[in-house]
Design a protein around this ligand. Structure first.
Ligand code: IPM
Ligand code: MG
Length: 369
């Protein structure tokens, strides 16, 4: 059976990182008869330059028809002045919304070889393995009204709306509880019920849904600000964290940096399983951005993009063995002392994007070939 992958490398370092994944796909097709079919489209600033939109309707349709989308990164100073509706980020937000990718999985794993690159003490981050489950299609990112209005007295008012319905909270907490059962069996839900009505409802719904369906999983609740503090104080207390779109955006950046570099972390954005085929729409992307300052220099870290492809193997194609081997290949490459500039430390060998990609592929070939 063919597996349709739609590649959206995007802007900045996105295309360089994606090129390393394409090498892995090509090898899996020729050596493992994996049957991946790839098509490539434009998103972000590069789509704006070509079509005047952050993603064209045609590429949007191809994303909807694919088994999985691999996404690089969007944005850069070149597009700072473009209209809000067509800014690079609008392409990513449209993909999330139109594909209904409500569940964003952001694992923060500290590779042993990198414990020293974290800004925290090695004993705080060594062996860290947490998973942030971020709600991705609701909350203040998409709530209406969302506008700037003129008050007519020389003042303007900017409005965003934080809004959550019961079903949205239930389905994202269901994903978190299910995943917790496959790992440490603990979920911590984060909101701000002390100041926000949406937080009061979030906490109530998570607690009721837990009681009715997942009483075997350990559930705790934390205010999101305290959660941020606990993440940098003692992150290993957490297993799975479930939180809303905006808190998840911030907390996942904090969690990412615990591991040494934003250049290491993958993510998966999943929709609900289709009623008939059981398949989920899915998009996989590194947590890092387009890093315009280093784009085109061949020095970007491709590991987050490669690890995102490993998540794609795991969640979209149930290729768990291959996913495990690819993750192991990344760890082995780091164990051998290879580092891109962002994770470089004393005594290691600094390499560029394609050397890092080649080294991971070679380790993967040794494990899977
Ligand atoms: C992320 C990013 C996006 C977000 C931006 C690029 C719109 O920060 O995926 O975390 O805010 O969700
Ligand atoms: Mg973010």
């Amino acid at each position: 059976m063919t597996k349709k992958l739609f590649l959206l490398p995007g802007d900045g370092i996105g295309p360089e990182a994606m090129a390393e994944v394409e090498k892995i796909i090509a090898w899996m097709n020729s050596a493992l008869a994996a049957g991946f079919e790839t098509e490539t489209g434009l998103v972000g600033g590069s789509a704006y330059d070509a079509h005047g939109a952050a993603i064209s309707d045609d590429d949007m349709a191809r994303a909807m028809a694919a088994d999985a989308v691999l996404f690089g990164a969007v944005g850069g100073p070149k597009w700072d002045g473009v209209a809000y509706e067509v800014r690079p980020e609008a392409g990513l937000l449209r993909l999330r919304k139109d594909m209904q990718l409500f569940a964003n999985l952001r694992p923060a794993i500290c590779y042993p070889a990198l414990a020293a690159s974290s800004s925290l003490k090695p004993e705080v981050v060594e062996g860290l393995d947490i998973l942030i489950v971020r709600e991705l299609t609701g909350g203040v990112y998409f709530g209406e009204p969302k506008e700037i209005i003129d008050l007519g007295n020389g003042q303007k008012r900017g409005i965003d709306t934080q809004v959550y319905d019961t079903f949205e909270i239930e389905r994202i907490s269901g994903v978190a509880f299910e995943l917790a059962r496959t790992r440490g069996n603990k979920v911590c839900s984060m909101e701000k019920h002390n100041v926000m009505k949406s937080g009061v409802l979030w906490k109530e719904v998570v607690a009721a849904y837990h009681k009715a369906n997942y009483a075997d999983v350990e559930l705790t609740h934390m205010l999101a600000d305290a959660g941020g503090m606990q993440l940098v104080r003692w992150p290993k207390q957490f297993d799975v964290i479930v939180t809303d779109n905006l808190f998840g955006d911030m907390l996942s950046d904090v969690a990412a940096m615990l591991t040494g570099s934003l250049g290491m972390l993958p993510s998966a954005s999943l929709g609900a399983p289709d009623a008939i085929s059981g398949k989920r729409k899915a998009l996989y992307e590194p947590v890092h951005g387009s890093a315009p300052d280093i784009a085109g220099k061949g020095i970007a870290n491709p590991i987050a993009m490669i690890a995102s492809f490993a998540m794609c193997l795991r969640y979209s194609f149930n290729m768990v063995g291959e996913a495990d081997m690819l993750d192991r290949a990344i760890a082995n490459t780091l164990d051998k002392g290879l580092r891109t500039g962002d994770i470089m430390s004393d005594g290691c060998t600094q390499v560029g994007t394609s050397q890092m990609g080649d080294a991971v592929l070679a380790e993967f070939q040794a494990l899977a070939g």
